[in-house]
Design a protein around this ligand. Structure first.
Ligand SMILES: [Zn+2]
Length: 248
């Protein structure tokens, strides 16, 4: 049978939410043309790569061009508990039933960001926790994208990039999330894992509304990522850009 079910994670799993994995750029031997250009300093900013519509295949490109990048693990797992749930966990453990017996696997979600508009996130899955985390981190770096921050709050109107310039929404499965600009000092009025993501993206104030089954964190995270991508995908006029303090 191919059925997967969520199982309680063992208690001794490392529950460290901060990950520090630094790459040695000096010893890096690029494998792609894009990587070579970064190493030779022909390309000196990640914006250049994004504006050319390119996607890096080497994480060192991200490390070299966005050195202040920080990483964090989101709590997507949950231990078994009475009345619908125990403590939140980093690793989600699933069991696959095979003819040889139950095969456990672990998945986790890593986010990366520079607190100045860059954010990326990805899921990693493996039969062990450490490779799952490494896989997720690698994919998160390669998934990095730039949001557009600003101040779209009518109450505030400071034109600084502490919030978002306009309302955006994202959906995943049954979950829908709406992000709205908030005035300075309001904080992040949103679910906890979404707060971590917005902090790493460099957004300090936000209002939000969520609909659907938000206890399943994965769908919620995919929904907010979709919403955040719309900040740059949505075209706004130059005069609006200035009025909303939107980043270029
Ligand atoms: Zn403001």
């Amino acid at each position: 049978m191919d059925e997967e079910k969520v199982e309680e994670a063992p208690v001794d799993i490392e529950e460290q939410t901060k990950v520090e994995i630094k790459t040695d750029i000096d010893r890096w031997m690029p494998k792609t043309a894009l990587g070579q250009k970064v190493k030779n300093k022909e390309i000196t900013s990640y914006d250049e790569i994004l504006s050319q519509g390119k996607r890096p295949l080497e994480t060192e490109i991200v490390d070299a061009l966005i050195p202040e990048i920080e990483t964090e693990l989101l709590m997507i797992g949950q231990s078994k508990g009475k009345f619908g749930g125990g403590a939140r966990r980093i690793f989600k453990q699933t069991q696959k039933k095979t003819p040889e017996g139950n095969k456990p696997s672990f998945s986790c979600y890593v986010i990366v960001g520079n607190r100045k508009g860059y954010i990326g996130g990805a899921m990693g899955k493996s039969k062990d926790t450490v490779p799952a985390r490494e896989k997720a981190l690698r994919k998160a770096k390669l998934n990095i994208f730039k949001i557009k921050r600003g101040c779209g709050s009518w109450v505030c109107g400071c034109k600084e990039p502490h919030s978002i310039p306009f309302k955006v929404e994202g959906k995943c499965g049954s979950v829908k999330i709406i992000l709205l600009p908030a005035p300075k000092g309001k904080g992040l009025i949103i679910e906890k894992e979404c707060q971590k993501l917005l902090k790493l993206a460099g957004v300090k104030d936000i209002w939000s509304q969520t609909f659907g089954q938000t206890r399943q964190k994965q769908n919620l995270i995919y929904a907010i990522i979709t919403a955040l991508k719309k900040l740059r995908e949505t075209k706004i006029k130059e005069q609006e850009t200035n009025a909303l303090g939107a980043e270029q």
